[in-house]
Design a protein around this ligand. Structure first.
Ligand SMILES: O=P(O)(O)OC[C@H]1O[C@@H](O)[C@H](O)[C@@H](O)[C@@H]1O
Length: 313
């Protein structure tokens, strides 16, 4: 791809305003005439910015490394094919934490726009990654032929991300996947996470012990790192203000787990790329995924899953 080319507009608009998409410095930016915008780095196909209602919706650390030397701290890093530290004696064992998708350089496959006819424009950006594009180390660590297509769709209504995984090798492979979304909040003490009540979760802060959620509106007042399982993807996970206004609503497709993560004071300080130290107050990760078991994909088969985020409903 010629990354030196000047930003270009898409769509044959006539007098009807169209989405614009520009490519600069290995980032793709799209915006809608109504003002919403999204920025995606080819490194990790990481969404680093989503603006809606005139405001940034995602948290990005001030010290996030954007030069491809480390996964980007903030936005929406994509976790594939393993969540967390890989287990021993598994096909993913020698991969880094959270796999290789967030630290590989993807290609931009193109853009398309749609209009519901009600003036609801949307623009979709597609990104691709396959075995041949991986570093030699990653190729060796996960020697399967695969194709990933990651689609980022911006509309006035929200942001949707979806991943299509194809097994292009002659043997089955297992994978986990997660959209590690850092939502921006004004004050962590003022938010609640809803629609988790009665769900089973693994508490990674407490020796991976298993619990049942008792709160119908979970406050975040300490380090939280929980994998909620077996959720109905259509029931939104809602981040609400303490006076119960919806700040974000996340629905999913084929992703039945949700990780809720906030590093809190000490862990935030311990991450070199997390800044400022007290920025843990301005983020909550609500991570839609399929991570509590493995998806087994047979040779030639495809799988697709995704999330749709709406803000300030
Ligand atoms: O520092 P990383 O590799 O980006 O991971 C951040 C966090 O990602 C979350 O998804 C995990 O549940 C946490 O355990 C982890 O600390």
């Amino acid at each position: 791809m010629d990354r030196s080319k000047k930003p270009s507009a898409i769509g044959v608009g006539g007098s009807v305003p169209q989405p614009t998409v520009s490519i600069k410095d290995a980032t793709i930016e799209a915006s809608l005439p109504s003002g919403e915008s999204v920025t995606v780095y080819l490194y990790g196909a990481t969404v680093t910015s989503w603006k809606a209602n005139g405001e940034e919706q995602l948290f990005l650390s001030e010290k996030a490394l954007l030069d491809g030397s480390k996964p980007i701290r903030g936005g929406i890093p994509l976790v594939f094919p393993v969540f967390g530290p890989p287990p021993q004696n598994h096909a993913t064992s020698t991969l880094p934490q959270h796999g290789f998708a967030r630290n590989s350089t993807w290609e931009f496959l193109g853009k398309s726009s749609s209009d519901s006819g009600q003036g609801d424009l949307a623009v979709k950006l597609d990104f691709g990654l396959n075995h041949n594009m991986l570093s030699e180390d990653f190729k060796e660590a996960w020697p399967y032929e695969f194709g990933l297509v990651y689609s980022v769709t911006l509309s006035k209504d929200g942001l949707a991300t979806s991943l299509n995984v194809t097994n292009e090798s002659k043997k089955n492979f297992d994978f986990q996947v997660l959209m590690h979304t850092y939502l921006r909040v004004a004050d962590i003490s003022e938010i609640r996470v809803k629609n988790l009540e009665s769900k089973t979760y693994v508490d990674k802060v407490r020796n991976a012990s298993t619990h049942t959620e008792s709160s119908n509106a979970l406050p975040i007042a300490e380090e939280v790192d929980r994998v909620y399982q077996d959720l109905n993807p259509e029931k939104p996970i809602v981040v609400a203000s303490s006076d119960d206004k919806t700040l974000f609503s996340v629905t999913r497709e084929a992703l039945t787990d949700v990780v809720v993560w906030n590093p809190w004071i000490e862990k935030a300080k311990g991450m070199a790329d997390f800044s400022p130290d007290d920025a843990y107050k301005n983020m909550i990760c609500v991570e839609a995924g399929s991570v509590s078991a493995w998806q087994t994909l047979e040779a030639g088969d495809s799988w697709e899953g995704g999330q749709s985020i709406k803000s300030r409903l």
